[in-house]
Ligand binder design. Sequence first.
Ligand code: SDX
Length: 434
Amino acid sequence: MTQDTFTIRDNSTGKEADFPLRRGTIGTSVIDVSTLNKQMGLFTFDPGFVSTASCKSAITYIDGEKGVLLYRGYPIDQLAENCSFLEVAYLLMNGELGNKAEQAEFEHEIGQHAMLHEAMRSFIDGFHYDAHPMAMMVGIVGSLSAFYHSELNMDDPEHRRISAMRMLAKMPVIAAACHRHSIGYPFVYPRADLSYCENFLNMMFSLPSQKYIDKDNYISPVAVKALNLLFILHADHEQNASTSTVRLASSTGANPYACIAAGIGALWGPAHGGANEAVLSMLEEIGSVDRIPEYIAKAKDKNDPFRLMGFGHRVYKNFDPRATIIRKACYEVLEQIPGNDPLFDLALALEEYALKDAYFVEKKLYPNVDFYSGIIYKALNIPVDMFTVMFTIARTSGWVSHWLEMMAEPGQRIGRPRQVYTGKELRNFEPPKK
Ligand code: SDX
């Protein structure tokens, strides 16, 4: 990072100090305020981290004004067009696309790690049948360190690599097991002859009574192509809330499974990855195009907690490039999978209406990645309460990439923000009055 200096002057005391202005390869420059408290006895204050860069990273770049998203420098639309999810996962984790041999070895190892410890089945069976799959995901992933004691020396790069591969490999298996548990169906084991996305669909939907894989049923090329696309688009997104959670947990030296479980918990929130499930519920509540104005008014009403789910973004003040790609994919999927979905027509009408409304235009609220993804998941018969689990599978590739990047960086320190204290001043104890 190149640097100039930035002078901060406290006008109340006349005290001033210089702070390095650091630039990355592209994008917004940063003022390095790490010595602010030492030099000037001050903290910065930035609730929600709107103007705060928490780390250096070479993985993903976003330009919110231009609606640009790059994974390791490659535009998201080019990767979506030319790669499988595991090829993108390899890129995020290793910094470069793998050649044929490297990718084959990577995918072979993913297959080797896909099986779950058999004792996990009774762990999963311990959940009530109607447990939300995300609640199960948080618990099961957090418990992985109870099953996989080896390779947990975080100072050993090979242990870190194996842990990352284990999580990438096992996430779809755990996700499908959660679904099968919730519907009382037997678990389906991963198969070495199926690709990552074929395996997931097979583990989700295949029935023991079936004599053969009914490729025209649920492992259709349309479904596999759509899943690869959705997983690529959800793979990583810079320092979003869940990735930042993984990084903060990792800064304490906690084991990787606990750190990823923390990220899953953060992703679940409706302001973040939980939005895709909330969009479907919102569309079903709106129900018809003629009720759109009523809900747009609710979204604009400051006294109404209702927000247009799937709209707005902390970084994108233009179209989320992922939403644009998913919207296009919706047309393709719904053309090929019988039964057009009226919710897609409703979503299109809602987007058109909102983007003509002065409130949404002025606040630069555009559809984000979660607005259309549920339409495709629904077309693939993925249950709505599994939508954020789908986001979890994909984002695991981003989380483990950031974890690997962070753990490999020398001089890592524990993350420990400060605060502005607004409580009582010093006072001596007096027993409460009767
Ligand atoms: C993801 O960070 C990432 O990169 C996340 C993600 C990823 O890949 O990891 O992209 C995935 O989480 C996408 C976002 C999914 N969430 C939703 O769709 C939920 C609905 N959206 C909002 O809750 C909101 O837009 C956020 C949470 C996404 C962004 O919140 P910010 O940046 O804190 O914005 P804000 O709440 O300060 O809103 C700014 C203004 C406010 O109005 P004013 O107070 O200025 O008058 O815009 C309004 C908000 O009221 N606003 C909305 C709105 N989103 C913002 N008004 C109505 N509907 C909305 N959806």
